[in-house]
Design a protein around this ligand. Structure first.
Ligand SMILES: O=C[C@H](O)[C@H](O)COP(=O)(O)O
Ligand SMILES: C=C(OP(=O)(O)O)C(=O)O
Ligand SMILES: [Mn+2]
Length: 437
């Protein structure tokens, strides 16, 4: 069986050149950082922390600007602080960022006005423009992915350690359009309480440097095997292979075949890894994936990202949780409430309803509560901008609003206000679990 969802490059020598370039390029992340993330995910496995993983469905090279990166980071920081404060749980912050450039597709082709061309597979593979030339897979794009990921990560590191993410800035993240929304006002009140608490802590002698930066990690779907393989290095400390293209990588719903090439490649790297599990996953499928990908049952190594859809999660998830619990599986369970809830609006746009997204998260919490397992986190497609891609939410975006600012090149993302609303709703779910426990 060939590897699923791979580009077919017309020019093999150009691919060799790109891969050679990547093989000799410096790592984007360090193995020790991947280990740190793994130990934080181990806290999630033990029910002591919560993961917030979020970002674009598909990053684009054109989207690598200071504003864009800062806006995405800012909404993630705001969501994380809401979950930490209102949900009373430590939050592991993980961007779908600095490498999320390759897309699996349902169909190999796209037809517009009677013209059929190869599907867009992300900036890692081909161009979004609907022309024959742009849709030809170009291996030089893999080198562009590396360079754009390096630039993004550099900025992310500067923002997260250079003062922008200082908890004492909690008010300033609530800027412009978000501030006037109900979620923005709730945030404003919470930020005032946090500021007071920080002043109190400083007054009793806490070191303000403690609040200065945050640990922030990055992740993407490991899809194009040539890229991930070329960026796998032997770590000098441990002599073990790490995929140094990101701290964490995951296997998508379309490439999780047990004997497939993606599972094989990721079984050999030491990074923390994820696997998406859709509604066709049986409890035995999940166990077999865990046995192959985490044979030592190491806590923090494996995260299952469930994406059942709001209508299926309440029935589909509990059998998986029960079996995993009975077998003593050390795994973090996180909820992707996006990919099982996509539909085409009458306007033709791919969209998701905010209510379905929240309903799936509620179903996820209910399933974990009924089985006695820990709802370990969220995996969300979102943006820091004021886009109109998902319907509903407090702004009550409708089908007719979608054309105002639909910018995603793949799946619809929650906008900044919807993301903040989600954080408060999920913090309430976390808090409700605590009072019941
Ligand atoms: O992001 C996920 C997939 O790439 C996406 O959902 C597939 O979308 P498609 O069904 O339009 O190919
Ligand atoms: C492709 C994606 O999801 P899934 O593999 O769950 O369909 C994605 O996360 O963008
Ligand atoms: Mn997507």
């Amino acid at each position: 069986m060939g590897a699923a969802q791979q580009p077919t490059y017309p020019d093999a020598s150009a691919l060799d050149l790109a891969v050679d370039r990547l093989r000799t390029s410096p790592p984007l992340v360090f193995a020790g950082e991947c280990d740190d993330l793994k130990s934080k995910i181990a806290d999630v496995v033990r029910g002591e922390a919560f993961i917030l993983q979020g970002g674009d469905c598909a990053e684009t090279f054109a989207g690598v600007t200071a504003d864009n990166v800062r806006n995405k980071l800012r909404v993630l920081l705001q969501m994380a602080v809401v979950l930490t404060y209102a949900g009373s749980v430590p939050v592991v912050k993980l961007g779908r960022i600095a490498g999320q450039y390759a897309k699996p597709r349902s169909s190999d082709f796209e037809t517009r006005d009677g013209v059929t061309l190869p599907a867009y597979r992300g900036d890692a593979v081909n161009g979004y423009d609907f022309t024959e030339a742009s849709r030809i897979p170009d291996p030089q794009r893999l080198v562009d992915v590396y360079n754009n990921s390096a630039a993004t990560l550099n900025l992310v590191r500067a923002f997260t350690t250079g003062g922008y993410a200082d908890l004492r800035q909690v008010h300033t993240w609530n800027t412009d359009f978000v501030r006037s929304s109900p979620a923005g006002r709730r945030y404003e009140k919470m930020a005032a309480e946090i500021e007071k608490a920080l002043e109190f802590m400083t007054a009793i002698g806490a070191d303000p440097k403690e609040f200065h930066g945050v640990d922030f990690y990055n992740s993407h779907e490991a899809l194009v095997l040539e890229y991930e393989h070329a960026l796998t290095r032997i770590d000098s400390r441990t002599n073990a292979p790490y995929d140094v293209s990101a701290h964490m990588v995951w296997i998508g719903e379309r490439t999780r075949q047990l004997s497939g090439a993606h599972v094989e490649l990721l079984s050999h790297i030491q990074n923390p890894i994820g696997v998406k599990l859709g509604p066709t996953t049986s409890p035995d499928d999940a166990l077999a994936l865990a046995a192959k990908l985490n044979p030592a049952n190491e806590a923090g190594r494996l995260t299952f990202i469930t994406r059942f859809g709001a209508g299926k999660i309440r029935e589909g998830l509990p059998p998986l949780l029960e079996k995993a619990k009975a077998e003593g599986l050390n795994v973090a369970w996180i909820c992707d409430p996006m990919h099982g809830n996509t539909f085409e609006a009458t306007s033709g746009y791919k969209t998701r309803s905010f209510d379905d997204v929240i309903d799936e998260v509620q179903g996820f919490f209910d399933a974990h509560r009924s089985v006695g397992t820990w709802p370990g986190g969220l995996h969300v497609e979102l943006t820091g901008d004021d886009v109109t891609e998902c319907v509903g939410g407090g702004e009550m975006l409708s089908d007719e609003d979608l054309n105002q600012r639909y910018e995603s090149v793949c799946d619809p993302r929650l906008n900044r206000v919807q993301s903040l609303e989600m954080a408060f709703l999920v913090a309430d779910m976390l808090a409700a679990g605590r009072t019941r426990a």
